[in-house]
Design a protein around this ligand. Sequence first.
Ligand code: BGC
Length: 414
Amino acid sequence: MKFHVLGAVSGLALVASGAALAGPEAEVLHWWTSGGEAKSVAVLQEEFAANGGTWTDMPVAGGGGDAAMTALRARVLSGNAPTAVQLKGPAIQEWYEEGVLADISAVAEAEGWADVLPASIAGHMKCEGTWCAAPVNVHRVDWIWANADVLEANGIAMPSSWAEFNAAAEKLQAAGIIPLAHGGQAWQDATVFEAVALGILGADGFHKAFVELDEATLKSDGMKAVFDQMRTLRGFVDPNFPGRDWNLATAMVMNGEAAFQIMGDWAKGEFLAAGKAPGEDFLCASTPGDGFLYNVDSFAMFAVDGAEKEAGQQLLAKLIVGKNFQKVFNLNKGSIPARVDVALDEFDSCAHLSASDMAASSEGGSLLPSYAHGMALRGAQAGAITDVVTAHFNSDMSSEDAVQQLVTAVANSM
Ligand code: BGC
């Protein structure tokens, strides 16, 4: 009893002194602002609050995260980095090399991350042997989404080759339906381009082009064929595509204005948030060709001062890789868990397809990092490729000129 009273008294003293009682804090920079994305990030906010944390939200709208990364650079340059940042792929190591990331190895080791994450994912989270980021999920990029009723009404099956896709698109166009919902933003052009490239170049060709930056592959006939297919796809989008956000393109498929969208499975998060069911309202299939383009969302912690902020970073890192969070978050986000020990019973057929294709492609050597989503290359090289892709898509540039420009742009970016 005596101890109890003493405890209460010292508790009061702490309340009076204010800061000493403050719990974990985090200012979190992310770009999850669409319907499905906001629902997903709310899961993390709620878990953080339930564990005593105070979350300051710093959302920077803009699919693919280009605007968020610009905002991040400004904050770091002004000496005021956010506590936690949605960051992925080689950008993690690029920031580490600038000496601004916090080491989260203590949490990773205490939580046994090495035992529950596939080596391919863990590799992206490490900086010179230390843990410098926490993975949230595995998004797949090479997907086609379709409106089930529109396909049925027009006697069209999900295409399994680009020739079938083109034939279906012509039929839909003749019926007055927009074949391909697309948003004309550079990162969306790049998303479509890399899915086409995987199908046409194959897994080895993709690796040579977008991981090794092999010049012969960049200017190959195969790459010309990729640009030819991009030109064909350009003919299947509606005139209002420039600047359109990706989730508005998804909405066009939902409401039957358009038949298909080529987009990563964050699009599934939009369908689900709108109450649509896979297999009934919408269909999913991998884009034609073998392989799997992965895009792992993760959070890196920036070096900041203050015990509350450091506690916030540790709590966040722990929650992010936590088993329950990985399930609930990914059910909303459209992705699959990064952890290997989360049961998928509550996940839908698209997620099951993703998980089995990921395992098969990992076995077969065709599990590949997405270049368009910052998993394969450093920013300068990825940006150089995307500039050419988007310049080609938005002009009448020939495929020959496009491959020539690709070679030059990549060489200049080194
Ligand atoms: C991210 C996703 C996000 C998408 C659209 C991707 O680069 O990995 O989490 O939903 O961009 O903003």
